[in-house]
Design a protein around this ligand. Structure first.
Ligand SMILES: Cc1cc2nc3c(=O)[nH]c(=O)nc-3n(C[C@H](O)[C@H](O)[C@H](O)COP(=O)(O)O)c2cc1C
Length: 435
């Protein structure tokens, strides 16, 4: 009976994974520019025993659907959007144990600068930071950063491999543990600060690193791409992985392929913590939860869902017959999102309309609707049926969804022996110290 880890999944915007639900009267996502919104959410999660708050990010606008950004802008699909690193140190100051996973793409920023930002955050959070390493999927990001087109899909991962090697050397090979001596006239012993002398295809970093070692030395490496090349990357680098799919069959396949990739890279497949995406809709009774779910669906924006899906997959479903079956098409956007509704489970054929409606609450993962005991049971069944280690909980409304989980679900998971009664102390890496 394994422990179930809990992450909360959010983004520095009003509309993350539930298109249009900012219209629901209980949603406070529009307060994302207010620091109190973030420190309040962090406290709620910390008190409830969540392991981490995971912040997604993109650097582009969703302009694939209909060849225009208007639908995404109108429906508030991940725009307007702030920088997810900014609220983290304030949230850390407001909490004792909660970890923070921050998404940053390897496609748009030099590793020398990013490695320093993560080390700084690791110091300021006392070792509670993780990095969700993504390669991006929106061509608009590359265009606005002056790069023209994105690199082709698999090449982005090649660049990411090199990117992580630069970071690893900066974090682990430049400064010795006892380099800072602060004695006599010496602050730092120059003999204990080393050049990394990195010369690669994309990056040249002679060294040394600018930062002294932080509590974890490097952020916990999270990863979330499940295409074949994405899995190879995860196998090599990931300590924790986010997966997402609409059924246990799809997610169990993703988890199996991921653990095989970790094993192929010569690592222990059980050493990687897998978080499966799920959107809980929970209330005091199952009747109330059903009513809440019906209310959420009334706020759903179909136009927004199509904009989101097109950005993720490169596939524009605007104007396609809703009863037409969805088919896999290779693109240079993300690949596993489309695969999770097509090739990952050939026994289940999705229509275009079904997929769009599936995205209404919490994106690509399942929705668990019910009372606390009912949702806890669905979550336990999902973990036992997929081989994942925990959940990345997407919200319908924020912070309401997380408050409902704290009140109704966490006590049930504790009663079932799947969550510890008290917070596990230590750095994020120690807290995730896996099974
Ligand atoms: C739960 C989850 C969260 C993700 N969050 C982000 C994100 O914040 N930013 C991003 O650019 N990609 C994000 N992705 C996308 C992946 O990291 C990856 O870039 C995408 O799936 C394309 O890679 P693939 O073709 O290997 O699947 C996320 C994926 C999943 C499953």
């Amino acid at each position: 009976m394994s422990r179930i880890h809990l992450n909360a999944f959010a983004m520095m915007c009003a509309g993350h994974q539930s298109p249009g639900l900012w219209r629901h009267p209980s949603d406070a996502g529009f307060r994302y520019t207010d620091l109190d919104h973030w420190t309040g959410l962090a406290r709620l999660l910390d008190d409830a025993g969540f392991d981490a708050l995971f912040l997604a990010d993109v650097l582009g606008v969703y302009d694939v659907a209909g060849g225009s950004r208007d639908a995404a802008v109108r429906a508030g699909i991940q725009i307007p959007l702030g920088d997810p690193m900014m609220p983290v140190s304030a949230m850390a100051a407001a909490t004792a144990h909660l970890g923070f996973g921050v998404t940053v793409s390897t496609s748009y920023e030099h590793p020398y600068a990013l490695a320093r930002r993560f080390t700084t955050l690791d110091h300021l959070t006392k070792g509670r930071v993780g990095w969700n390493v993504v390669t991006g999927y929106l061509a608009s990001a590359a265009a606005n950063l002056g790069l023209g087109d994105q690199l082709p899909h698999d090449q982005r991962y090649e660049q990411a491999d090199e990117y992580l090697e630069v970071c690893r050397r900066l974090w682990h090979e430049s400064w010795e543990d006892d380099a800072v001596v602060r004695s006599g006239g010496t602050y730092t012993d120059p003999a204990k600060v080393h050049d990394i002398a990195f010369h690669g295809r994309w990056y040249d970093v002679p060294g040394p690193f600018l930062c002294e070692p932080s509590p974890q030395r490097s952020p916990v490496i999270f990863q979330a791409g499940a295409s074949p090349r994405g899995l190879e990357f995860a196998g090599r680098h990931a300590e924790a992985v986010f997966v997402s799919g609409p059924s246990t069959a799809v997610v169990a396949g993703q988890v199996d392929r991921l653990r095989a990739a970790v094993s192929d890279a010569g690592r222990d497949p059980a050493s990687v913590t897998v978080f499966s995406q799920l959107a809980p809709v929970v209330a005091s009774t199952s009747g109330e939860a059903d009513a809440l779910y019906a209310e959420y669906l009334e706020s759903f924006s179909l136009e927004g869902a199509l904009a989101l899906f097109a950005g993720w997959t490169g596939l524009d479903l605007t104007g396609i017959d809703p009863d037409a079956p969805l088919r896999y098409v290779e693109s240079d956007a993300g690949r596993s999102a489309l695969a999770s509704f097509t090739t990952d489970d050939p026994s289940r054929e999705w229509t275009v309309g079904e997929v769009a409606r599936h995205l209404a609450v919490g994106g690509r993962g399942p929705v668990a609707v019910g009372s606390g005991p009912e949702v806890a049971e669905q979550m336990i069944d999902w973990i036992d049926g997929t081989g994942a280690d925990g959940f990345n909980l997407a919200y319908a409304v924020t912070p309401g969804t997380f408050a409902q989980v704290a009140t109704h679900v966490v006590p049930e998971l504790r009663r079932a022996g799947r969550m510890p009664a008290d917070p596990v102390p230590g750095t994020l890496r120690e807290r995730l110290a896996l099974r």
